[in-house]
Every structure is written in structure tokens, then in C-alpha cells.
Design a binder for this molecule. Structure first.
Ligand SMILES: Nc1ncnc2c1ncn2[C@@H]1O[C@H](COP(=O)(O)OP(=O)(O)OP(=O)(O)O)[C@@H](O)[C@H]1O
Ligand SMILES: N[C@@H](CCO)C(=O)O
Length: 306
């Protein structure tokens, strides 16, 4: 194979209680990428559509992760990358992650799949590190593995695939402001009071159990974030109203997606998800804030070859 076209989906990191460890993959929004082999060695980004991003491979996360992979694989060829972006950078639904994971997934396919999904996540982390100035894989893993994932450890990298209850849907509201992950991380405290940590890790454990048992009531009781949300919610206009209106509309939970400004809600069933989407839109209807909303099935396959 000389050329490959892929869909690299948007993802939701943290999932309320699991800062830097939990994530899930969306279905209805993502970037397209075309990657082809070249005689000339190295990585070239030849096309970027949708948003203004660097073409220099060492400055674009897609290039940085691809360079990490070829440094290890030492292939006899190079690669050129075209990026067709739909996910706005700084949106909180894994824009940089979709590019970082998409390029390594595509190159791996073109090389005959020498690497497994965990190794691909490792290479993609090198790109993510540049964008957010810290190492985390909670957006990358669900894009590469699909479904819900838990990053058990980043050193050594270990990723657990979690089950997806059949009737679970996600609703995303994206107020059109930009929040850089690096800045949203810089505002967090270095220490967490033990009393808060106890509540948070109990929620992570019970959320994982709820996914395994398709226990929607327990999903609802586990989706809370008392560690990160108190700091970041002030970055997001109308955060508290979106949350309370979503819950009134039947959400299992509503929280910041990644580092924001997007917020997500989980829903038991599609009809209910549509009601939650309407409730979210209504909160912003009398404001000047532009927004996008999406209702999505949980994407259990991850990155897709087109
Ligand atoms: N291919 C790329 N796609 C998106 N952002 C990129 C890319 N290459 C470099 N960047 C830079 O990464 C930054 C955006 O990444 P950031 O992690 O802040 O946002 P995000 O990926 O949408 O958020 P989140 O990780 O919270 O979902 C921007 O500064 C952008 O210029
Ligand atoms: N876990 C990360 C996800 C965003 O990249 C954060 O919230 O900072």
C-alpha cells in the first residue's frame, strides 16, 4: 500500500472523575488525513485544511508523532501527510490528539503494521506532549483503541480497554472560544486534599464497574469531578447552567470535556440525548456565544480506514 486515507475521531478526556486517565471516542466528528509514502526520507506536511496550523513537521503534532515513529522504525521511505481538520484546535475534544494519533496509525498501516496500539499511543504521546507541554494519553488511547479506555500508567505505558454499554450516547456542546490545554493545566494545584482524593478515586472505580455491568444508575452516581472542575469551570461561560439544565433533561452526568471549553453529557438512549442537546442549546440561546453541538454514539472502533 502506497497511500491511505483515514478518519481520526474526536475524543473526550477525563470523563469527569478520571483526570488524565479516562477517555472515550466519538463517532460524529473527526478529521480526515491522507498519508502516502515518498522516495525522499523524512516527514512532510503538504496540506492542511480547516484551520491555520504549522506545516513544519517539528511544530505540528502530526509531524512530531510521525517523526518519533520513523526514528524507531527507520523505514526506507519517507511520508507526506495531508490534514483535513474538522476539530477546532483548543476545543477540548482532542483536536491535537486526532492529528497525533492519525499520523502514526496511518504510517503503521503503510509499513505493514509493525507496531501494536500501545506502541502507537506512545509515539502519538510525543506529539501531544508538544501541544500541551505535558505527557498524557487520555485523548490518544480512545482514538487508537476505540470505546472507553483507562490509561493505567504512562511509564511504562499501559492502556486498559473498557466496555461500552449498548445504549450509551454522548452529547457535546462546544462554545466557540479557545482554551489551550497547556494553560488549563497550569492553573491546577499541585496537591489534592485527601478527603477529595478519596471521593474522586471511589468515583473512578465505580464508573469502571458501572461500564462493565451496564449499570446506568451507577454511571450517574459516579460522574462527578470535585478535583479539577472547581478550578476550570470559571473558564467556560454558563458552565453551571449547562450542567444543571442537562441533568434536568435526563443526563447521566455533565462535565468539562478534556480541558474545555467543550462540555459533554452522557445519556441512556438517543431520544434522551437529543433532549439534552436542546437543553444545552437553550442555555446559550440569548447570548452572543456561537456554539456547535453534537450527539454521538460511543465509537467503539476508533480511527477508521476510509
Ligand atoms: N495538527 C494539529 N492539530 C491541532 N492542534 C495542533 C496541531 N499541531 C499543533 N497544534 C497546536 O496544539 C494546540 C492545541 O492543542 P490543545 O491540546 O491545546 O487543544 P485540543 O487538542 O483541542 O484540546 P484537548 O486536548 O483538551 O481536547 C494549538 O496551540 C495548536 O496550534
Ligand atoms: N487530561 C487532559 C486532557 C486535555 O488534553 C487535561 O484535562 O488537561
Amino acid at each position: 500500500m502506497e497511500e491511505i486515507k483515514i478518519f481520526s475521531p474526536a475524543t473526550v478526556a477525563n470523563v469527569a472523575c478520571g483526570f488524565d486517565v479516562l477517555g472515550f471516542c466519538l463517532d460524529t466528528i473527526g478529521d480526515h488525513m491522507v498519508v502516502r509514502k515518498t522516495l525522499e526520507k523524512g516527514i512532510k506536511i503538504t496540506e492542511i485544511e480547516g484551520f491555520d496550523l504549522p506545516f513544519e513537521a517539528t511544530e505540528n503534532v502530526a509531524g512530531v508523532s510521525a517523526l518519533a515513529l520513523i526514528e524507531d522504525a527507520k523505514p526506507n521511505c519517507g511520508f507526506e501527510i495531508e490534514i483535513y481538520k474538522n476539530i477546532k484546535p483548543g476545543s477540548g475534544i482532542g483536536s491535537s490528539s486526532a492529528s497525533a494519533s492519525g499520523s502514526v496509525f496511518a504510517i503503521n498501516e503503510l509499513l505493514g503494521k509493525p507496531y501494536n496500539k500501545t506502541q502507537l499511543t506512545y509515539f502519538a504521546m510525543q506529539g501531544e506532549k508538544m501541544a500541551s507541554q505535558s505527557e498524557h494519553a487520555d485523548n490518544l488511547a480512545p482514538g487508537i483503541f476505540g470505546g472507553f479506555t483507562l490509561v493505567k500508567s504512562i511509564n511504562p505505558l499501559e492502556i486498559l480497554e473498557l466496555p461500552t454499554p449498548k445504549d450509551l450516547y454522548a452529547v457535546i456542546v462546544h462554545p466557540q472560544i479557545e482554551i489551550k490545554t497547556s494553560e488549563a493545566r497550569a492553573m491546577l494545584p499541585n496537591n489534592v486534599p485527601l478527603i477529595d482524593a478519596i471521593i474522586q478515586w471511589a468515583n473512578v472505580g465505580s464508573f469502571v464497574h458501572a461500564l462493565h455491568t451496564s449499570n446506568y444508575g451507577l454511571i450517574q452516581r459516579s460522574l462527578q469531578d470535585i478535583v479539577i472542575e472547581p478550578y476550570r469551570k470559571r473558564l467556560i461561560p454558563h458552565f453551571s447552567q449547562v450542567k444543571s439544565e442537562s441533568m434536568k433533561a435526563g443526563a447521566l452526568g455533565c462535565a468539562i470535556s478534556g480541558s474545555g471549553p467543550s462540555m459533554f453529557a452522557l445519556s441512556h438512549g438517543l431520544e434522551n440525548a437529543k433532549k439534552i442537546e436542546l437543553a444545552m442549546k437553550k442555555v446559550y440561546s440569548n447570548t452572543q456565544i456561537d456554539l456547535e453541538t453534537y450527539v454521538s454514539k460511543i465509537n467503539t472502533k476508533g480511527i477508521k480506514i476510509l
